[in-house]
Ligand binder design. Structure first.
Ligand code: WQD
Length: 343
């Protein structure tokens, strides 16, 4: 079976995607600089799939590292690019780091694909490109709003770069996937999300509070124009999300579409508020989450959820996990981290 290069493959979404790729029969080589992950993730992938993916420790912004990787693996047919910095707040403090990491990585990959006979690249984009949408649920035709952070801007610029390069006649395809809010962990609890330091995102903060690492979860605002006043998001199970990448890769490598660039929203189609999510977690796990309402977080979108109909129809993909199961998986992962003495 074809080999897929997964950049950032030891990260959160990357590792779940490597599992699904291997289970679908693809060979994988991961490149990751381990800046926001660690080697043990590879052991977790091996425990789940029985296959140890090839791993190169390296930085994708370095052209020589990537050139050597393509020379060592002449059988790479597709790329899934997860290698990127992803913290919205940090990107405000360190914009150069974000533009350099996210854009140079993409440019290097696009530059090397043609000469190395790679047929397609799946790109991790984000619902942040829609900003505060005029209408929910959001379709792929919704206008792109000016990015509110360097992180979001790198996603917008990356989509434009891919489009320009392919329109200029590059000999490969791309599928751009706009994720909503990926959450949860593999049902085996062998891999999951492991943020560095104090989590910025809701679910890791919530599970760390539930287990007692954090005292209390702050709910950022209860005065939004939503039924209970807290913000609404579309929380998508990370394994469901990972499966969409396998379908996207197959679609490019098997030339199932005439289009050279395709864009899909990956979400469930359900908008869930922060307070509702806390409830679902508590009911699904039987564990209480101490929380308090605090002021709004600067830059937060009030409400956004996906219309995933296009991905449902064209990719034949649908998010199938229930939110309760997803919350149980996030909790099982947090318990596993304690069992292993990680945190
Ligand atoms: C979700 C909801 C918060 C923490 C951003 C990016 C997105 C993606 C994920 C890559 C919001 C509320 C959160 C807390 C809270 N990027 N919240 N208390 O902001 O929707 O998306 O991160 O990794 O591209 O835009 O995700 O998980 O931070 O917040 O009340 O302690 O939870 O206000 O309504 P967000 P999030």
């Amino acid at each position: 079976m074809d080999r897929i290069l997964v950049t950032g493959g030891t990260g959160y979404i990357g590792s779940h995607t490597v599992v699904e790729l291997q289970q679908a029969g693809y060979s994988v080589v991961i490149i990751d600089d381990l800046s926001n992950s660690n080697r043990e993730v590879i052991d977790g992938i091996e425990r789940i799939t029985g296959i140890r993916p090839d791993f190169v420790e390296g930085d994708c912004t370095d052209m020589q590292t990537l050139s050597k990787l393509f020379a060592d693996y002449p059988d790479i047919k597709g790329i899934i690019n997860f290698a990127a910095s992803k913290a919205v707040g940090e990107s405000m403090q360190k914009p150069i780091l974000y533009y350099r990491n996210n854009l140079n990585t993409l440019l290097n990959l696009l530059d090397l694909m043609g000469p190395n006979g790679v047929k397609g690249i799946v790109f991790s984009s984000s619902c942040t490109v829609y900003g505060e949408p005029d209408e929910n649920p959001v379709t792929e035709k919704a206008p792109i709003k000016k990015a509110t952070s360097p992180y979001g801007n790198t996603k917008q610029i990356s989509e434009e770069i891919i489009t320009d390069v392919i329109n200029a006649g590059a000999p490969f395809k791309s599928v751009i996937l706009r994720y909503f809010n990926p959450v949860g962990a593999h049902p085996s609890a062998e891999i999951g999300e492991l943020p560095n330091g104090v989590p910025q995102n809701l679910i890791p903060y919530l599970t760390q509070t539930a287990i007692g690492i954090r005292q209390e979860l702050s709910v950022f605002g209860d005065d939004y124009d939503t039924p209970d006043g807290s913000c609404i998001r579309d929380y998508i199970n990370v394994v469901d999300l990972a499966k969409a990448h396998v379908i996207a890769v197959k679609r490019m490598l098997e030339d199932k579409s005439d289009a050279k660039i395709e864009i899909f929203n990956l979400g469930t189609g359900n908008g869930v508020s922060v307070l509702e999510l806390i409830n679902v977690f508590e009911e699904a796990t039987g564990v209480k989450v101490p929380h308090k309402i605090v002021g709004r977080r600067a830059g937060d979108i009030e409400k956004v959820w996906a219309n995933p109909a296009y991905a449902n129809e064209v990719l034949g993909w649908k998010a199938t996990s229930t939110l309760a199961d997803t919350m149980r998986s996030a909790w099982a992962w947090q318990l596993k981290l304690r069992e292993r003495g990680v945190m």
